[in-house]
Design a protein around this ligand. Structure first.
Ligand SMILES: C[S@@+](CC[C@H](N)C(=O)[O-])C[C@H]1O[C@@H](n2cnc3c(N)ncnc32)[C@H](O)[C@@H]1O
Length: 240
């Protein structure tokens, strides 16, 4: 049977079985759940299925975890995360067309325990969540080539503004809060989080809030916090 037919057959199977096995699909097959223009953005903008699975397992070691996806796009990470772990996922997305696409896909495959909120992340308090996923959500403000569409305003100052907001929210979360970053320079991770695990060739990082040091007011008093000093703390993970 040609691969394309197999994919359609698989998607029909997953729809009939309430999408609970969707996360077993290969990445390019999963993307068939979306309209063509959303599929075309996948390589640069949506987390690959395999990475979604690993990130979700790092974020939600218990099913009673509530995970926030900051800038959820068409809901790929939330859908794979919910079906992989049994935890609850909330995706916040500023683009209405992507939020609508995400809700439609979740409905079509009867995927429970996922809520999609159409909002700018700066309108959302992180206090209801135990864990946060960040796939470099604000990068298109500083790399125009990564622009998804023209629905929202983009500018470099927004990159700083959104990162500061996320950092402030992460600072207020309780000890034990888990954050996973994917392909991120981690500017938004506060000092009070420790880098605990690494996967996917160093691109996926688990951070856990440990209490850490009190906020530094004089930069001269700040200890080292570059990639080199952190690398000593991190272990390489194999989650296959
Ligand atoms: C790189 S994509 C990641 C999508 C998804 N998290 C994933 O991993 O597949 C970043 C998404 O964040 C959204 N986004 C960017 N800035 C945002 C903001 N301030 N508030 C809410 N969503 C935002 C973008 O519209 C885009 O859909």
């Amino acid at each position: 049977m040609p691969a394309f037919d197999a994919t359609l057959d698989e998607l029909t199977f997953f729809r009939e079985h309430d999408g609970e096995f969707l996360h077993f699909l290969e990445d390019h097959d999963f993307d068939y759940v979306y309209p063509e223009h959303i599929q075309g953005l996948s390589r640069c903008q949506w987390t690959p299925v395999e990475v979604c699975r690993k990130a979700a397992l790092l974020l939600a070691p218990h099913p009673d975890t509530h995970v926030l996806d900051v800038g959820c796009g068409p809901g790929k990470f939330c859908a794979v995360g919910a079906t992989t772990t049994g935890a609850r996922f909330t995706g916040v997305e500023q683009r209405e067309n992507l939020a609508r696409t995400a809700r439609r896909m979740l409905r079509q495959y009867n995927i429970d325990r996922v809520e999609i909120i159409h909002a700018n992340i700066t309108e959302v308090s992180f206090s209801a969540f135990d864990a946060v996923y960040l796939f470099n959500p604000f990068q298109e403000n500083i790399f125009p080539a990564l622009r998804i569409d023209f629905e929202v305003e983009l500018k470099p100052t927004l990159y700083q503004h959104y990162n500061s907001y996320v950092k402030g929210q992460l600072e207020k979360m309780p000890e034990g809060t888990r954050v996973v970053t994917y392909c991120s320079d981690c500017e938004e991770i506060p000092e009070c989080y420790e880098w605990k695990e690494t996967a996917v060739g160093g691109n996926l990082r688990l951070w856990i809030k440990t209490g850490g040091q009190p906020p530094v007011t004089n930069p001269a008093e700040a200890g080292p916090r570059d990639g080199q000093s952190l690398a000593g703390d991190a272990r390489t993970l194999s989650l296959t």
